[in-house]
Design a protein around this ligand. Structure first.
Ligand SMILES: Nc1ncnc2c1ncn2[C@@H]1O[C@H](COP(=O)(O)OP(=O)(O)OP(=O)(O)O)[C@@H](O)[C@H]1O
Length: 273
């Protein structure tokens, strides 16, 4: 079998094509003073897969996402993105390369409407400069309309039409998380990094968020790397799972492989259940 192209059935029964490796993290080590957040971590992400990072609190999961999108610069290791080797990323290059991100704690403009927050996700795609926008001059106006159309598409996709003009700060937490997903989607990312997309949600909100993540992956072909504490969710929707503990990798594989990995059971699942 060609390991670069795996056809894997999803829960819905459709056959998704998992492509070649597009992101490779090699021997990444990151420390903050004396604190070793990540020690010699290697794993890869294949095109179109849903890849989860799990582990107990403080295991290094968020640090790993921060290395991938250039917030943190590892002291050792390399990042290979679509075959291009780098010692580290920076946020701008990551965004330009099609990597978008949501955060553990919602990072939206609370006083702005849902629509305006989603529009901020289009920033990198806007070509017209500030002066042209200020004067609302021809091309800037056309561009604004095109971006607006894209934002409206995302609003329809996430089923948040009814709250498009509501200031984000007035929305319940679960909907704010959905808007944050919308803002990340507005960048039309190839790789979407989700940091605890379901944290603090009730069962119904979690089900909705799961459905949207699966739909984004299926309909837009977006590769997804997610951190999530809810084991049921992780095992249900992920193609492969990497497990961190105290900054070290202790497991990597399909949900079934990870579930039966004794190191993982000892360090994490055993404690959680
Ligand atoms: N900016 C920072 N400065 C200092 N230490 C940091 C920083 N970011 C992370 N750390 C430390 O690195 C370690 C890993 O933290 P990280 O947030 O990556 O873990 P996590 O697995 O995402 O945890 P959680 O599930 O609680 O969010 C922790 O010991 C944390 O205190």
């Amino acid at each position: 079998m060609n390991m670069n192209e795996l056809n894997e059935p999803t829960a819905s029964g459709s056959t998704r094509k998992i492509g070649p490796v597009i992101l490779d993290l090699n021997n990444i080590s990151l420390s903050f003073g004396g604190v070793k957040a990540l020690t010699d971590i290697s794993f890869n992400v294949r095109q179109h897969e849903i890849r989860a990072i799990i582990g107990p609190n403080g295991a290094g999961k968020s640090s790993m996402l921060n290395v991938i999108n250039g917030v943190y610069r590892p002291q050792q290791g390399e990042i290979v993105l679509r075959g291009e080797h780098r010692k580290n990323m920076d946020c701008y290059s990551a965004a330009k390369a099609g990597i978008a991100r949501t955060f553990q704690n919602i990072a939206l403009f609370k006083g702005m409407t849902v629509l305006d927050n989603i529009m901020t996700g289009r920033n990198l795609k806007m070509k017209s400069n500030f002066l042209m926008q200020a004067l609302y001059w021809g091309p800037a106006r056309r561009e604004e309309m095109a971006h607006r159309e894209k934002a409206e598409e995302i609003i329809d996709f996430l089923e948040i039409q009814a709250i498009r003009k509501t200031p984000v700060g007035r929305l319940p937490y679960g909907l704010q998380k959905r808007v944050e997903l919308g803002r990340a989607l507005a960048a039309e990312p190839d790789i979407l990094l989700l940091d605890e997309p379901m944290a603090g949600m009730n069962v119904e909100e979690k089900q909705d968020m799961c459905r949207f993540i699966l739909d984004v992956n299926d309909q837009f072909g977006t590769t997804i790397v997610l951190i999530e504490h809810d084991m049921g969710v992780v095992m249900d929707i992920s193609d492969r799972v990497v497990v961190l503990d105290y900054g070290k990798k202790i497991g990597d594989g399909t949900p079934d492989e990870v579930r039966s990995n004794q190191n993982v059971i000892n360090a994490y699942l055993g404690v959680a259940h």
